[in-house]
Ligand binder design. Structure first.
Ligand SMILES: [Zn+2]
Length: 241
């Protein structure tokens, strides 16, 4: 039997802001993140970046694995997640907004989401040098479905070029901002040469899935450890597929 391939979706790993703060659920505390990674390791899962996940997605490996991804490129991923990943022997992909190095999540500002610093190029280099992977998350965190074809191509292909040039690494993986895309954006991701593209569609990926429209498992601030395990090891998330 083919195993499922849960791809975890995180955003920030930091002390959560006060209750009532918009998008607070997207901030997982460092302690919770450490417990989640530890329990994965104790259950026999390998936690890997999208780059390292490729053999499982192609059906060449079938042992226990979980993909780990972080959207947007927050500096707190470097501060709080990287040491935990390394301590467990895991890798992860951070999806960077190529025109926002050293900036903040200003695309969220209108919704009252607290502004948090994004990694600079030198910090992404530290992330890469530790064996982690960087994927692309467009140039400006644009909702692709609001753009004409030329601008959508610039966001999708342009972010790959910008990241590869700034970080001197091959960028093989894409993540649709806000999870918003249609068949034309999928085609543009293929044209740009991405191996995978992830979405916010809920569910665990499976070998044979469309690699340019992969579902993920959202890990939220409110998920206690039992819930986290159920999302990975049971069909809990798959009913949304
Ligand atoms: Zn994002």
């Amino acid at each position: 039997m083919r195993r499922t391939i849960p791809i975890l979706m995180y955003h920030q790993v930091d002390v959560p802001p006060p209750s009532g703060t918009p998008m607070r659920g997207m901030v997982v505390s460092p302690g919770a993140f450490a417990r989640q990674m530890r329990v994965l390791r104790l259950l026999g899962y390998r936690g890997v970046s999208l780059r390292d996940l490729e053999p499982w997605l192609r059906g060449e490996r079938n042992d226990r694995v979980v993909g780990i991804s972080f959207d947007d490129g927050y500096r707190n991923n470097l501060e709080h997640a990287l040491p935990v990943l390394r301590a467990n022997g895991f890798t992860a992909t951070c999806y960077a907004v190529s025109n926002a190095f050293g900036g903040a999540n200003d695309w969220d500002a209108a919704h009252g989401v607290p502004q948090k610093p994004l990694m600079q190029a030198s910090e992404f280099r530290q992330w890469l040098d530790a064996g982690m992977d960087v994927g692309a998350h467009s140039r400006h965190h644009s909702d692709l479905t609001t753009l004409d074809a030329a601008r959508a191509r610039d966001e999708i292909a342009g972010s790959k070029r910008e990241l590869e040039s700034a970080l001197q690494t091959e960028v093989r993986h894409f993540c649709y901002p806000y999870g918003r895309f249609d068949a034309s954006h999928r085609a543009l991701a293929a044209e740009a040469g991405y191996v995978t593209a992830t979405t916010v569609q809920r569910g665990r990926a499976r070998p044979g899935d469309d690699l340019l429209a992969l579902p993920r498992v959202l890990v939220a601030q409110s998920n206690h450890l039992g819930h986290f395990i159920a999302k990975i090891a049971t069909g809990y998330e798959d009913r949304y597929r």
